[in-house]
Design a protein around this ligand. Structure first.
Ligand code: SAH
Length: 327
């Protein structure tokens, strides 16, 4: 069935989710991979209209982690059993290669068997290459939307869909396992746009796919817009699973934040990754992309046992494998 037909047919969503779940089980069994998320900086030079850490939000208390703290977060995660560390942040101009390369090199030396994922936005090809050579293996960069007009409406001048897509191509060329994705329900987005985003993902065949609901942040221009629909997010996620059967797809924090059973419903709709938060507890709430972010409870590194119980209750379990993409 065409992607748009699936998205437009809520009556078919339960069957769609079931089919996606079966595809995930056929490829991964009932294991769910973990990624420890370290939010390394909430400084950002960009001004995306949906994002709580955008440059013009003066209400955010800004922080950045130093190398020592980032390594301490990895150590905490490693002891818990996490084998992938995701360094995510705003586009902080002080997060230069001079800063990042030694940090990545140290993580690589200390934890040779672990995967290092970066999610630091758009950088030059030379920078991506330096970070890859220092030992990073994966990069997450959501394309956000393939509709250039909507892209322009949501992002500040100076950012463009073309640059975003070029970055994705560059990351793939360098050899990163590459992740992309989008928000569901961002203001101005139509169901046709979502279908186009999914068709783009089908053609790109990224190793990782992040799809979560838009959630307003009160100190942004879109602060009064309604949140995206959980059901439509799940349907989009299931289609992503159907068109990319072996991709690594997280049940996103945004989904868990919007609905108490969101994380489990994401797994049951075909997701196979959860990203517990490993950031220092004092900083966790400052990395607020949207209101009401889940960062404690089962969404936190400290809540791993709770997560295991939640997964067990629906017949799943944590897979302690590092969980690389299998071609
Ligand atoms: N600066 C990095 C990391 C961005 S944060 C980058 O540019 O890639 C990771 C993702 O969070 C973004 O790609 C976006 O899709 C999502 N996000 C940002 N604001 C959000 C909001 N209000 N609701 C839901 N998701 C949001």
């Amino acid at each position: 069935m065409r992607i748009l037909d699936c998205l437009s047919d809520p009556a078919g969503w339960p069957a769609l989710q079931e089919a996606a779940r079966e595809i995930a089980i056929a490829n991964f069994g009932h294991g769910v991979f973990l990624r420890g998320l370290i939010e390394i900086s909430n400084y950002c030079r960009n001004d995306c209209r949906y994002c709580g850490i955008r440059r013009s939000n003066r209400c955010v208390e800004r922080y950045r982690l130093n190398g020592e703290t980032i390594l301490a977060c990895c150590e905490t995660g490693y002891r818990i059993g996490l084998r992938t560390f995701v360094l995510q942040g705003g586009e902080d101009p002080t997060m230069t290669d001079e800063f990042l390369v030694p940090v990545i090199t140290q993580i690589r030396e200390k934890y040779p068997e672990c995967a290092i994922t970066l999610s630091l936005g758009e950088r030059s090809e030379a920078s991506y290459r330096a970070l890859f050579e220092a030992g990073a293996n994966r990069y997450l960069l959501r394309h956000e939307t393939v509709n250039p007009v909507l892209y322009g409406d949501l992002h500040p001048e100076g950012m463009s869909l073309e640059n975003r897509l070029n970055s994705l191509r560059t990351l793939k060329k360098i050899g990163f396992q590459t992740g992309t994705g989008f928000m569901v329900g961002v203001p101005g987005q139509t169901i046709e746009d979502i279908a186009e985003d999914l068709a783009f993902i089908r053609d790109l065949q990224p190793e990782m796919i992040g799809i979560g609901p838009f959630i307003p942040h009160s100190d942004t221009p879109l602060g009064h817009a309604p949140a995206g629909s959980v059901e439509l997010t799940l349907a989009s996620l299931s289609i992503a699973r159907a068109i990319c059967p072996t991709a690594l797809i997280p049940s996103t924090t945004a989904l868990a934040s919007l609905s108490t059973d969101g994380r489990i419903r994401g797994i049951l709709a075909g997701a196979n990754v959860v990203m517990p938060n490993l950031s220092p507890v004092e900083e966790r709430s400052k990395y607020s992309l949207y209101d009401g972010k889940a960062a404690f409870g089962a969404e936190a590194a400290e809540g791993i046992h709770m997560l295991e119980r939640e997964l067990n209750a629906v017949g799943y379990h944590i897979s302690w494998d590092r969980g690389d993409y299998k071609h």
